[in-house]
Write a protein that binds this ligand. Structure first.
Ligand code: PEP
Ligand code: MN
Length: 336
């Protein structure tokens, strides 16, 4: 349920209503906008008499929210959520960011060379997997804790914030200096992990599961938000369909649909979505054109020798071209 308060509502009466609602055992999530204040009520609101609240002179209106996701719902929070990473790097609400780097951290030289290259092209956030979710137990599993240390070195060297994937809640302490924690597609519905991440005060990059619906993605975001961590970034990275020509099928309609349903930023990952390096440029352009808040792109200094996901990795030169094109598209669709 949401309660819309009138602009300039009398403070004392607002406090009385707040206390009354708390006594009804609901949590109030306040969203103060430019024109109105909205209270999103979470809990059992079924016994609350909406007519009673609507009749108060401080209340503009009351609406029941039928969707199961509440805090992620745009009805609860009409303004876009903006994730602020400091140093002027923001995601959402019109701020577009490109996250780039290798699928996996492979060595000090590799991650630092790639970090410097992608930064020069305009990426503000460095990606790199340390803990890798691989289909085969015999495949390279990532450099794990050592990989995280190398990411920290790259951060120190370039000043770029880091996004990297967590696979197990028992590793949370290792991620203390990571700027954005990624939840990979395979863990989108690892609810125990999501609950633990909900206790942190750190942005969470939540990827859509291979067979996750948009509602399921939003419910997973809700798990994190229900714990108190509202800094969630959503990522569409392709879903599994009958099509085998691409690694996954990029669901671009997810961008405008998610933007209607939620206030959270939406990022497109064209690398995992297509699995084919030459498709990354056109898909990045399409993502920028349909309103995504950013991109996550895999870049490798030697894709042919990459230990993971080489066929979808761009060279730094190809990445530079994508960045320049994306900028042109963004300028072309800018509203006056
Ligand atoms: C990744 O970003 O390297 C990754 C494993 O992605 P996904 O979870 O989308 O497969
Ligand atoms: Mn990858």
């Amino acid at each position: 349920m949401i309660v819309i308060l009138k602009k300039n509502a009398e403070e004392q009466k607002v406090d009385v209503l707040r206390q009354w609602l708390i006594n009804q055992e609901v949590d109030i999530h306040e969203s103060i906008g430019e024109y109105q204040t909205i209270w999103g009520l979470v809990g059992d609101t079924s016994k609350i008499d909406t007519d009673l609240i609507e009749g108060l002179d401080i209340v503009e209106g009351v609406r029941r929210v039928s969707e199961p996701y509440k805090q992620a719902n745009r009805k609860f929070h009409p303004d876009d959520t903006v994730i602020d990473l400091g140093n002027g790097i923001k995601i959402g609400g019109g701020s577009f960011q490109i996250m780039a780097g290798p699928c996996s951290v492979e060595s000090r030289e590799q991650i630092i060379e790639i970090a410097k290259a992608v930064k020069k092209s305009g990426a503000n956030i460095l990606r790199g997997g340390a803990f890798k979710p691989r289909t085969s137990p015999y495949a390279f599993q990532g450099m794990r804790a050592e990989g995280l240390e190398l990411l920290m070195e790259a951060k120190k060297e370039t000043g770029m914030p880091i996004v990297t994937e967590i696979m197990d809640a028992s590793h949370i302490d290792l991620f203390e200096n990571v700027d954005i924690i990624q939840v990979g597609a395979r863990n989108m519905q690892n609810f125990e992990l999501l609950k633990e991440l909900g206790k942190l005060d750190k942005p969470i990059f939540l990827k859509r599961g291979l067979s996750g619906t948009l509602q399921e993605l939003l419910m997973s975001a809700e798990y994190i938000m229900a714990g108190g961590n509202t800094k969630v970034i959503l990522c569409e990275r392709g879903i599994r369909t009958f099509e085998t020509a691409t690694r996954n099928t990029l669901d671009l309609s997810a961008v405008p649909l998610l933007k209607e349903k939620t206030h959270l930023p939406v990022i497109i990952d064209p690398s995992h979505a297509s699995g084919i390096a030459r498709l990354v440029k056109p898909m990045s352009y399409a993502a920028a054109a349909c309103g995504a808040d950013g991109l996550m792109i895999e870049v490798h200094n030697n894709p042919a020798k990459a230990l993971c996901d080489g066929p979808q990795a761009l060279t730094p030169e190809q990445f530079d071209e994508v960045c320049r094109g994306v900028e042109k598209i963004r300028n072309a669709i800018k509203e006056d």
